[in-house]
Design a protein. Structure first.
Length: 54
């Protein structure tokens, strides 16, 4: 788990993972990324809930 800084950079360790789950914000460009992001924090939370099957 990591928090992106203002420049939206992604640590090398994250990019080398098998799968990267991104909660909020833009895509990282990871080839096996699961992007859970909405237009605001409530929409992002709804995407997370949907991904968790709730």
């Amino acid at each position: 788990m990591f928090i992106r800084s203002a420049n939206q950079s992604v640590p090398a360790e994250a990019l080398s993972s098998k799968q990267l789950i991104v909660v909020g914000g833009p895509s990282t460009g990871h080839p096996n990324e699961v992007l859970l992001s909405g237009k605001d924090k409530l929409a992002t939370a709804a995407e997370v809930a949907k991904h968790l099957g709730q």
